[in-house]
Ligand binder design. Structure first.
Ligand SMILES: Cc1cc2nc3c(=O)[nH]c(=O)nc-3n(C[C@H](O)[C@H](O)[C@H](O)COP(=O)(O)OP(=O)(O)OC[C@H]3O[C@@H](n4cnc5c(N)ncnc54)[C@H](O)[C@@H]3O)c2cc1C
Length: 526
């Protein structure tokens, strides 16, 4: 039933046409590197068109078993939350020692910034808050070129992505539940601040969240958990949607724990070899297979895809990759994380989520900004606290460069603390909100929002969850994601986007853009 709906949704420009295109692509081979939002779309659309698709994913497959213990929690982190690290990547217990393993979140320590990315079959969709907002036209047209018209995304690709991810706004019965005091307090604070709440669609199954509230499913999102995985299964992660639809065609296979180490051109650049390390959960190398295909689709995320090209070029494996734009245009989406005390309203601990609404701050003196509340498993020793993500339309950009010491890419973010307009916009907005709604001025202990980069929790601009760019469309690739110098090498993930998705969390736009790139690919190979 669900699949038929998808095909109808895709029929706008893919479903019906793809069947006519089958003869051109039937039996031709493609490798997709990475299985997050972009990779899952590519796997499905290519398999649907009759191609023989192999998805290589460095992380493991996670099957929610109903025990409530498929994933660890923010409250009690272990190896399952981190990609080969000794400490949890985020949360309230970041100094706890954990065993190294093929867990869910990679923390990349760049030069000046730390970058979080998902790892596992489903990529970032396993760990994200599932916020799926659509950018506004006035913000989009500030940054995106005319070749990527807002109307094309608004009319076709954002609706298709929303439908296929299964994103919808919080139902009123859930927001009114006793576990959602934090959500209601956030609405009240926004009203007092004189702003309009803008509902955010979430890629979750609200019926599973109702099951959590009724005790029929393990409590997860209803107690602020979820970034370390959805133990109730409420997240519509892409392993359950696009990747499942891809394998159901019979034309695609997904190989977990296969980490790609380099891409090599062969046969006059119209075929590729892709070298891997097949690993176990503890990082032991089981084999080093090499796969070959006619087409390669990079979908290892902004950092992963860009790093693979930089590494392959540095090793002389992609000699036609001569453009100077690889690695450029990298941005953090203007991320600025805030924790605030809420002294005048009850927000509760272990707040039900994942979220509800955001608001815009268009008159911010530093950069246009938006702010959302994100539920969190707030412990009783942090009473009245809430977590928020501010994003801003800031112009600063960094770069991913090849790092000879590690043999891979490294993010360079050449800005000091509070030196970017997103830092300044975030601090300005968080502080004004506090002063106006709590009626006092003061230090953290008296309620000033905490945002310093040096707080152990990684607030302010210390971390970003939203790496974007490195292979920006119109620069390192064409507007269909085809890498300059290689007609059969494509990128279809967040690396294509110019450092920002315009005051919106990126996954919806990454999915929408991947759908658009695959439409163009299929049309070009009809
Ligand atoms: C804690 C957290 C919360 C977030 N919340 C939200 C949210 O609420 N809404 C939102 O829109 N965004 C959110 N994000 C951001 C979101 O996860 C990313 O924007 C999105 O997942 C990027 O999609 P992608 O297709 O570019 O790559 P990803 O989803 O990152 O997928 C890339 C995949 O490639 C794999 N890979 C990487 N390197 C290799 C390699 N060498 N070989 C094989 N496989 C490889 C990775 O393991 C991963 O599975 C959040 C991120 C984090 C970390």
């Amino acid at each position: 039933m669900r699949r038929r709906t998808l095909l109808q949704a895709g029929a706008l420009s893919v479903g019906a046409v793809a069947f006519e295109r089958v003869p051109a692509l039937q039996g031709r081979t493609a490798i997709v590197i990475g299985s997050g939002f972009g990779g899952a779309v590519a796997a499905y659309r290519l398999a649907q068109a009759g191609m023989v698709v192999t998805v290589l994913e460095r992380g493991r497959r996670w099957t929610v078993d109903g025990s409530g213990d498929t994933f660890c929690t923010i409250g009690d982190p272990d190896w399952r939350c981190a990609w080969f690290a000794d400490r949890p990547p985020l949360g309230l217990d970041v100094s706890k020692t954990i065993t190294r393993g093929a867990g869910l979140i990679q923390k990349h320590v760049g030069d000046g910034i730390q970058v979080m990315c998902g790892a596992g079959v489903g990529g970032g969709s396993l760990v994200i808050g599932m916020f799926m907002p659509q950018p506004r036209r006035q913000d989009w047209e500030t940054l995106y070129p005319a070749e990527l018209p807002y109307s094309v995304f608004e009319n076709t690709y954002w609706p298709r992505a929303r439908q296929n991810i299964g994103a919808s706004v919080i139902p009123s019965d859930i927001q009114n539940h006793a576990s959602y005091a934090g959500a209601r307090a956030w609405l009240a604070y926004i009203a007092e601040f004189g702003r309009t709440p803008v509902p955010v669609p979430f890629g979750v199954d609200w019926n599973v969240i109702r099951d959590e509230l009724a005790g029929r499913a393990p409590a997860c999102h209803t107690i602020g958990e979820g970034p370390f995985g959805s133990n109730s299964g409420a997240k519509n992660s892409v392993d359950k949607t696009y990747l499942a639809w891809a394998t159901a065609t019979g034309n695609a296979r997904v190989l977990p724990l296969h980490e790609v180490t380099e891409i090599r051109e062969v046969s006059g650049a119209d075929r590729f070899e892709v070298a891997c390390r097949q690993i176990d959960d503890r990082g032991g190398v089981l084999s080093t297979p090499v796969f070959a295909a006619e087409f390669v689709f990079l979908a290892a995320g902004s950092l992963g895809s860009t790093s693979l090209l930089l590494t392959s070029r540095a090793r002389g494996r992609l000699p036609r990759l001569t453009g100077s734009e690889v690695g450029k245009g990298w941005g953090n989406n203007g991320d600025f994380l805030v924790a605030r005390l809420n002294l005048r309203k009850t927000v509760g601990s272990a707040q039900g989520g994942p979220g509800n609404v955001k608001f815009y701050d268009d008159s911010n003196p530093y950069a246009r900004a938006a702010m959302a509340w994100e539920s969190a498993p707030i412990p009783s020793w942090l009473p009245s606290s809430t977590a928020h993500l501010i994003t801003s339309l800031a112009p600063e950009r960094g770069e991913i460069r090849y790092d000879a010491a590690t043999g891979t890419g490294k993010v360079h973010w050449p800005y000091g603390e509070m030196a970017t307009s997103s830092d300044k916009a975030g601090r300005d907005l968080a502080t004004r909100l506090w002063w106006q709604t709590e009626g006092s001025k003061g230090s953290l202990l008296t309620g000033l929002p905490s945002y310093d980069r040096n707080t152990g929790m990684g607030l302010g601009s210390r971390n970003t969850y939203h790496p974007l760019g490195g292979l920006v469309m119109g620069k390192a690739t064409d507007f269909g994601g085809r890498v300059a110098g290689y007609p059969n090498l494509y990128c279809v993930d967040g690396a294509l986007l110019p450092g920002s998705t315009c005051l919106a969390n990126p996954a919806l736009t990454i999915t929408a853009n991947a759908e658009r790139c695959l439409d163009l690919f299929l049309a070009a190979h009809a």
